[in-house]
Design a protein around this ligand. Structure first.
Ligand code: VGL
Ligand code: ZN
Length: 211
């Protein structure tokens, strides 16, 4: 069992990111049993849900003449336009039914502001609005954050970068995550993670407490 100073962050294990979903991540469903195994080793587990209003700024359908996977300039920077996904309260926004983490005590729902996206579980895309997760983890005495889920190169990577920036020792669990990989985004993410000092580990190393 990992120490109470460790938390496992399970990012966006929702139907819209699974094969057949609105923003399907290839082999995303393979992460669910791995996440379950990892979670058994952690006292502290936090889940996240991408959780958008229907009028969300990240949806291509809300921009006349725009297609999914194009980018637009928003006040806070460049925004990828996605297919409509994870609309609050829909089936696609629900957590995968095979996720077996009854001891998880917190679920962070992100991306709820219509005009701001939030890949990160810590800070919205304006890079200033906090979700409250850093304070929650500090209150619990957490020192190390282990990140995995969907998608490696968006919500998992951004969460890991922000965990590190918030002062936590941070580990990405590579084989417990799957990527979207849009225009080289996966390689870019691993580069940024490496520069930021986020460790890259495999599930077996985490379960054996090698990392
Ligand atoms: C995600 C794109 C849009 C993710 C969420 O979970 O990685 N990616 N919304
Ligand atoms: Zn989203």
């Amino acid at each position: 069992m990992r120490s109470a100073e460790d938390v496992l962050l399970l990012i966006d294990l929702q139907y819209d990111f699974m094969p057949g979903g609105a923003l399907a991540v290839a082999h995303g469903d393979e992460v669910v049993p791995v996440a379950n195994r990892l979670a058994q080793a952690f006292r502290n587990v936090v889940l996240t849900q991408d959780w958008h209003p229907a009028e969300h700024v990240s949806f291509a359908g809300n921009h006349a003449g725009r297609q999914p996977f194009e980018t637009i300039a928003l006040p806070y920077g460049e925004q990828v336009l996605w297919p409509t996904h994870c609309v609050q309260g829909t089936e696609g926004a629900a957590l995968h039914r095979d996720l077996a983490v009854p001891h998880a005590r917190a679920v962070i729902r992100k991306g709820h502001h219509a005009n701001v996206d939030s890949y990160s579980a810590f800070l919205e895309a304006d890079r200033t609005t906090p979700t409250g997760l850093a304070g929650y983890l500090r209150d619990l005495g957490v020192k190390r954050v282990y990140c995995c889920g969907l998608a490696t190169d968006y919500c998992v990577a951004w969460s890991a970068l922000d965990a590190r920036a918030a002062g936590f020792e941070t580990v990405m669990i590579e084989d417990a995550s799957r990527a979207i990989d849009l225009n080289g985004s996966l390689a870019t993410a691993w580069q940024q993670l490496s520069v930021a000092g986020v460790k890259r580990a495999q599930t077996a190393e985490v379960l054996s407490c090698a990392v």
